[in-house]
Design a protein around this ligand. Structure first.
Ligand SMILES: Nc1ncnc2c1ncn2[C@@H]1O[C@H](COP(=O)(O)OP(=O)(O)O)[C@@H](O)[C@H]1O
Ligand SMILES: [Mg+2]
Length: 268
């Protein structure tokens, strides 16, 4: 697999190369954690990793992209993943949902449909007392992971905005999900956020790599010159050098926006 030549982002060479090795099994990492402050390009980088996977690995790998800021709690994550992959691949999970539904007083006719219906049952589960809730969650989790494990394909999970998760969801990802990932040889996960799960974990810590996006590297003048050329901005190499120096210490988001505004003026 060769890296895409499309220069959608300034730099990230190191991160792209590491991910490529991960997918090819050329390093032992199964979990990639990308940490950086807002505007450093985490979401953009994830989009690029997804593009690369789809371009070079689409037959081999299934991409599951989740923006965690839209996920309220653990069962909702099951639901989202189910919808991405296809409900038909989750027979045990569907049965578990059906059984839970049947044990509720709510009169819901088509209990095979996921989506809004599932959210309804999930909400009922979450409304219960802690003990019943935990029991039901464990059953949902077992059936969900069982079905997911039966998929005969490499699964690559991209979880963005980890800093937004609540305690329960954060603990589940850290404690249950990442543990499952290291046990399933054909699963890989990339987690990005202003904060990410701590590497200090006896179960999966040694199979994870944490990369803190480095402002110095991202804001390298030659990289921004290449980027500027690729998007057709009129700056010379010297002009970029000067502008990047003036914008030193600013986030890539701010640099890009500033260059964009300047590029428009430059042409006048
Ligand atoms: N390395 C980069 N090269 C070019 N533009 C970038 C880069 N990093 C960030 N940007 C710009 O900053 C914006 C915000 O990036 P984003 O990926 O949303 O950051 P984060 O997810 O870290 O908050 C992007 O839409 C893009 O325009
Ligand atoms: Mg983001």
């Amino acid at each position: 697999m060769q890296l895409s030549n499309r220069t959608l982002l300034a730099n990230f060479t190191k991160e792209l190369a590491f991910f490529q090795q991960m997918v090819n099994g050329e390093n032992s990492a199964r979990i990639l954690l990308l940490e950086a402050p807002p505007g450093y390009g985490k979401t953009k980088l994830i989009s690029k990793l997804i593009d690369i996977t789809k371009e070079y690995n689409s037959s081999k790998s299934k991409v599951i992209t989740i923006d965690l800021k839209t996920v309220i709690d653990v069962p909702y994550l099951f639901n989202d993943i189910c919808e991405v992959i296809g409900v038909d691949f989750f027979p045990n999970f569907t049965t578990c949902i059906t059984n839970l539904l049947n044990s509720q007083t709510a009169n819901i006719s088509d209990n095979k449909t996921l989506g809004s219906l599932n959210v309804q049952i999930i909400q009922t589960v979450l409304d219960e007392n802690k003990f019943t809730q935990a029991n039901k969650l464990i059953k949902l989790q077992e059936s969900f992971l069982h079905d997911l494990g039966n998929l005969n394909q490499q699964l690559i999970f991209f979880l963005d905005t980890f800093e937004t998760v609540g305690t329960d969801l954060g603990t589940w990802i850290d404690g249950v999900f990442l543990k499952a990932v290291v046990h399933k040889t054909n699963w890989l996960v990339v987690i990005a956020g202003q904060k990410v799960p701590s590497l200090d974990n006896i179960i999966w810590g040694n199979q994870a790599e944490k990369i803190c996006l480095d402002l110095e590297l991202i804001n390298c003048e030659t990289e921004w010159y290449k980027f500027s050329q690729s998007v057709g901005w009129p700056f010379s190499q010297d002009a970029i050098k000067m502008l990047i120096r003036v914008l030193k210490g600013k986030s890539p988001k701010l640099i890009r926006e500033s260059l964009e505004v300047l590029a428009k003026d430059w042409e006048k």
